[in-house]
Design a protein around this ligand. Structure first.
Ligand SMILES: [Zn+2]
Ligand SMILES: [Zn+2]
Ligand SMILES: [Zn+2]
Ligand SMILES: [Zn+2]
Length: 203
């Protein structure tokens, strides 16, 4: 196995896979851009942090469930400058003062009005709610928000989800048909038994 890579920052080779680059002393791997999935260097990357709070459940010795509170975790996402700019290029007019915004901001740069926003479920950056593409995920009974530009990235996932929903629907219908046939048969059988009982009674 080759344990050496070429430094993504300065092109130096070889760099051991377990150390910083000996020439530029930077991270030789870089990171994966959350938007385009390609590598981005430490020096170019735009960072975004997200606090993720998740409930911590635990079973004790007796099999009882306990709530151990919450754990906070900070996730760091990386983006190319150009990807970050593409995601955050908007056209949005403030409802209070009518000033035009061409870059994302969570409040009006002119009058301070707070815009309502959500987290894009694909790139994890904020998106103004009014501009977001809303996708209802029936199966999970929730709404997810996306930047219009991010929906292209998830089209295949959404199509797969739609396929899955269609298949579930199809199976449900099939089951209903089978159930109704079974029910019909049961009733026919009951009727036949009844006829036999009556027949025997009168015989
Ligand atoms: Zn280097
Ligand atoms: Zn990128
Ligand atoms: Zn305003
Ligand atoms: Zn996005």
């Amino acid at each position: 196995m080759n344990n050496y890579i070429t430094c993504i920052e300065c092109g130096h080779y070889p760099v051991s896979i377990i150390s910083l680059c000996p020439k530029c002393s930077k991270n030789p791997y870089g990171h994966i851009c959350r938007f385009c999935n390609a590598k981005v260097t430490d020096s170019e990357a735009i960072l975004s942090k997200e606090n993720i709070r998740s409930q911590c459940m635990r079973y004790d010795f007796y099999g009882e469930l306990h709530n151990d509170g919450y754990i906070e975790e900070v996730k760091v996402y990386h983006y190319h400058q150009r990807c970050f700019n593409d995601i955050n290029t908007i056209e949005y007019i403030c409802h209070s003062c009518s000033s035009l915004h061409t870059k994302f901001s969570n409040s009006c740069l002119n009058c301070g009005q707070i815009f309502s926003y959500e987290i894009c479920d694909f790139c994890r950056l904020l998106v103004i709610k009014e501009l977001a593409v809303k996708v209802e995920i029936d199966l999970l009974d929730e709404i997810k928000y996306f930047h219009p530009i991010c929906t292209g990235k998830i089209r295949r996932k959404l199509e797969a989800l739609a396929d899955y929903k269609a298949r579930l629907d199809e199976e449900r219908k099939q089951k209903e048909v089978e159930e109704s046939i079974k029910k019909q048969r049961r009733e026919q059988r009951k009727l036949r038994n009844l006829i036999w009982i009556l027949y025997g009674f009168f015989l």
